[in-house]
Design a protein around this ligand. Structure first.
Ligand code: F6R
Length: 612
């Protein structure tokens, strides 16, 4: 949520900043801006809309300067507008600030600053930082670099909330200060140039050496120097991490949208994730079988799509392990008085590893003394660094805001983890463990078949894309998939889509059903198949058009009783979510495309939600 880039070196900074912003655009795209240090001061250029709009705005200027900061915004305080977009400046225009996060005490700070005579231009919380720095620096006449650092340390101590910051001051040229609390910030160490970014994609086209900052760190970047300090300005030792090759964004590869590319990548990303686990399942999650043996409770936490993965995993854990398992929204868990039983394993699931709600939930679990395990896709992310153990899904970059390949990779990791816990707890035999993992290993072939259903799903989308409301039904492991199908559809089409457990519709949701409404039921020929057929009958009796997402066996049993069918391969019943979700991802994609939506960057959303 909001992307930050900084560059200091020997090259013109503006093109590098814009390329960095482009790579970070998935974090926010309602407005963008940059600040370049020119010979006679800091020049700021901003525009509403995407980075391409900023790029064309910048082409109206001749910007020269080898140090700069830039920002792509997802609005929190103040509507998207040129005034509200970053960088923000002080009264004199000598300071530039880019910020990701929320300053919760900004109103009190702003009131004080106004009393002192400061004039604010924007409605943002961020602008207070520029004026606070101005206040601290106004009587400085020497030792500018050092004083800038001291002022940054003092100002950050006054801020409550979350922030990742990039700061420039005209009187300390060729130097960027960065700092973070609960929002991600990474440095890139190059040759005669250094970078700052919300994540490594901001700079990994120029350097593969990354330095991950911790909360409260303050970093000073110069052309040939990176120094990191703690809050008391004691210099810190830091590690430079060499980024793995091949995990970066590699373009759309001929696909019209990243989302379609990422849906199509799932046979490979699920396979790679399964291979990473099966290389040695006993060590893959970092937690030993002895530790797992004593686990009495499991808590699974995530947001949005990642939460749906935890919901599926709850069914697996309780089926295989006979251990109580709770799946929770991070945003709910962190503020409620939850029972904190001993011997709990808390599992955090997140593509980005930066979701603020999930990070706060992890803090709560750590404070309770739980063992913590994160399943993340982004190397070095905050969740990964804060957890006792981390397993990385093997998806490569997921660029489309709507999550697809991360979900199925999370499922692969969670299924394997459930099997490992079950064996460690003595609930299943080693032979059964082998059989379950063998079924998992066969999945990529079925996933490939599911992806190849795009043609028939496109035809279905043509029939239904003008509808205004869609209902999704499922039971057991397919209930979270009904929720995920509805989430995907609403995110990228802006149409109303609701997911329900099929058994619940008669308790209320059936009142929604009206003539011709599409009701999509996920119903493989499993132990609850007949119940799902009943649900289809109930909605059809009220005029709905029932669409069954089923397997080959289920298709034969259906005998044309429903309006439309998506037929997927037969897999073990607990594994059907891996392939049914792909059909629903494609359905959402095709409906969005027919409605001419901004598929990769839907309105109001951002990929990495780093604010509460
Ligand atoms: C839905 C979607 C979001 C994310 C959620 C969590 O398509 O992308 O619901 O799943 O914001 O994000 P991560 O997984 O990065 O924690």
């Amino acid at each position: 949520m909001c992307g930050i880039v900084g560059y200091t070196g020997r090259k013109e900074s503006a093109p590098i900043l814009i390329a960095g912003l482009k790579a970070l655009e998935y974090r926010g795209y309602d407005s963008a801006g940059l600040a370049v240090e020119e010979k006679d001061g800091i020049k700021i250029v901003k525009s509403v809309g995407k980075v391409s709009a900023l790029k064309s705005e910048v082409s109206n200027y001749t910007l020269h300067g080898t140090t700069g900061i830039a920002h792509t915004r997802w609005a929190t305080h103040g509507k998207p507008s040129t005034i509200n977009s970053h960088p923000h400046s002080d009264c004199l225009g000598e300071i530039a600030v880019v910020h990701n996060g929320i300053i919760e005490n900004y109103q009190a700070l702003k009131d004080e600053l106004i009393k002192k005579g400061h004039t604010f231009k924007s409605e943002t919380d961020t602008e207070v930082i520029a004026h606070l720095l101005e206040e601290k620096l106004k009587s400085v006449n020497s030792d500018y670099e050092n004083e800038f650092l001291k002022a940054a340390a003092e100002v950050t101590k006054m801020l409550e909330g979350s922030y990742a910051l990039g700061l420039l001051w005209k009187k300390a040229p060729n130097m960027i200060i960065g700092s973070r609390v609960k929002s991600p910030l990474v440095c890139g160490a190059g040759e005669n140039e250094n970078f700052l970014g919300s994540d490594v994609s901001a700079f990994n086209q120029w350097t593969r050496n990354a330095i991950y900052l911790d909360d409260y760190d303050i970093v000073v970047l110069k052309e040939n120097e990176i120094k990191i300090y703690d809050r008391q300005l004691h210099e810190k030792y830091y590690n430079i991490i060499e980024l793995e090759q091949g995990l970066e964004q590699s373009g759309k590869n001929g696909y019209e949208h990243y989302m379609l590319k990422e849906i199509n990548e799932q046979p490979f990303t699920v396979r790679s994730t399964i291979e990473a686990v099966l290389k040695d399942i006993n060590t893959a999650f970092g937690i030993t079988k002895d530790e797992l043996k004593n686990i009495k409770n499991i808590l699974m936490i995530g947001c949005g799509t990642a939460y749906h993965a935890t919901m599926v995993a709850k069914y697996w854990v309780e089926e295989f392990c006979n251990i109580p398992c709770q799946a929770e929204y991070a945003s709910e868990y962190k503020y409620r008085k939850a029972a904190m039983p001993d011997e709990t394993l808390a599992v955090f699931v997140s593509q980005s590893g930066e979701t603020a709600d999930t990070v706060s939930a992890l803090e709560k679990a750590r404070a309770a003394g739980f063992k913590t395990l994160s399943i993340c896709n982004v190397f070095g992310s905050t969740l990964a660094r804060m957890s006792d153990h981390t397993f990385y899904t093997k998806c490569g970059s997921e660029i489309s805001v709507a999550s697809t390949k991360a979900f199925t990779a999370q499922l692969a990791a969670l299924f394997s983890l459930s099997v490992l816990i079950a064996e460690s707890a003595g609930s299943i035999s080693t032979e059964k463990k082998g059989r379950l993992l063998n079924e998992l290993a066969k999945l990529p072939v079925a996933i490939e078949t599911a992806v190849s259903e795009d043609g028939s799903i496109s035809k279905l989308a043509e029939k239904y894309y003008k509808e205004k409301t869609f209902v999704f039904l499922g039971r057991n492991v397919n209930y979270p998939i009904a929720l995920e199908g509805a989430l995907k559809l609403k995110e990228i089409t802006y149409l109303q889509a609701e997911g329900f457990p099929a058994g619940e519709i008669k308790h209320g949701p059936i009142a929604l059903i009206n003539t011709d409404m599409p009701v999509i039921s996920i119903m493989p020929a499993d132990s609850l198949y007949d119940k799902m057929v009943n649900a289809c009958e109930e909605v059809m009796a009220r005029g709905a058009k029932a669409i069954a997402v089923t397997d080959e066996k289920g298709y034969k049993l259906l005998e044309n009783r429903v309006e439309d069918v998506i037929v997927l391969p037969n897999v073990e019943e607990y594994l059907f979510p891996f392939i049914s979700v792909i059909a629903l991802q494609l359905f959402a994609y095709r409906i969005a495309k027919l409605n001419n939506r901004e598929i990769d960057q839907p309105r109001n959303l951002a990929k990495s939600v780093t604010v509460e």
